[in-house]
Design a protein. Structure first.
Length: 339
């Protein structure tokens, strides 16, 4: 087979119940110059047999047989074996809609300034039972251009990892997934943005993101909330050093225990908390680490301080952003939402 235009990398571990559907969705793509690198990560179910069957049927399916080493090991093995100009990620329990590869490649073709392309995704779980995940998917679908993705990078992961396609040059310059006590997909995303990679999304629903109970983000300690905030603090501190005109001082919106615990992760990276603000009358006036909690109406004027909002409850984040903007504070210059 001649060199493909796109390589789809797909880690596979004990996914016998779903991988055929994922492969069928890829083999039904309208763009046909692609290869699928299915990295079998030492599966103990019937995954290997299914992959072998598909490889026999279609030469675009290439199977990598690995000893079990985890999703990072499998994902990077698939990346190393890939040959395409563009590299796409796919999970073995998701489905690509027919235009996915064509639309994302067209975005990269038409935008040489963009290094990574995402897309809108359809939530494939039960919206009532998994309301939090469904709301997260809906939120990601509102972030389309580089500015929105960049400004929201410290809230959550704005571009779902199974939906990405990127230029091979990004791998060569900034590296693949890293192993550690952090979510590898979010760390790669933050690292590439930190290095100046620009990102955007195809404004079309191109993937079904299923939400099975076995999804790693639900079960592995690498993906727990504290792991997200640890890696977030590292890259947020780097961003603040470059963009906060009042560095290293920051003012924190949200003085509750959870907000303070997450904000205090910045202290290990040289950031200094100089103000705390809340609207809860039970918290206003209290002294925390020598800082008196004040009402947010007493915040310094726009341009005179930098604020981080650590209030992440549903609806509260949007209300705080609206409040700050109504007072003349500009996102990215005067404040960031980070929860």
């Amino acid at each position: 087979m001649s060199r493909p235009g796109i390589s789809v990398t797909m880690p596979c571990y004990n996914c016998g119940e779903t991988v055929a559907r994922a492969l069928d969705s890829l083999l039904a793509q309208t763009r046909t110059d692609f290869e699928i690198l299915a990295a079998n990560d030492g599966s103990t179910d019937n995954t290997a047999g299914i992959l072998a069957e598909y490889a026999c049927r279609d030469s675009r399916v290439r199977v990598l047989s690995l000893e079990h080493g985890g999703v990072i090991h499998a994902a990077n093995a698939a990346i190393r074996a890939s040959r395409g100009r563009y590299v796409a990620r796919m999970d073995a329990d998701d489905e690509a809609l027919p235009e996915r590869l064509a639309e994302q490649a067209a975005l990269l073709d038409s935008r040489p300034d963009i290094g990574l392309a995402g897309c809108l995704v359809r939530f494939g779980g039960d919206r009532q039972k998994c309301a939090g995940y469904a709301h997260y998917v809906d939120w990601t679908n509102t972030l389309l251009d580089h500015e929105a993705i960049s400004l929201n990078r410290f809230v959550e992961f704005p571009v779902p990892n199974p939906s990405i396609m990127f230029r091979r040059e990004c791998l060569e310059q900034y590296g693949p997934y890293r192993d550690g006590d952090f979510p590898e997909d979010y760390e790669l995303f933050l690292r590439w943005l930190d290095q100046g990679v620009r990102m955007a999304k195809a404004n079309r629903e191109l993937m079904i993101w299923n939400d099975p109970p076995t999804r790693l983000s639900r079960n592995h300690p690498r993906y727990d909330v504290n792991a997200f905030y640890r890696v977030k603090a590292e890259y947020l501190a780097r961003w603040l050093e470059r963009n906060n005109a009042h560095h290293p001082g920051v003012h924190i919106l949200g003085s509750g225990r959870t907000a303070r615990k997450r904000a205090e992760m910045l202290l290990d990276h040289g950031i200094r908390i100089v103000g705390l603000y809340d609207i809860d009358p039970r918290k206003i006036g209290k002294v925390v680490h020598g800082i008196r909690v004040r009402h947010r109406n007493d915040m310094p004027a726009p341009g005179s301080a930098f604020f981080l909002s650590y209030v992440g409850s549903r609806g509260a984040r949007r209300e705080i952003v609206d409040f700050l903007e109504s007072m003349g504070h500009i996102p990215g210059r005067d404040f960031l939402a980070v929860a």
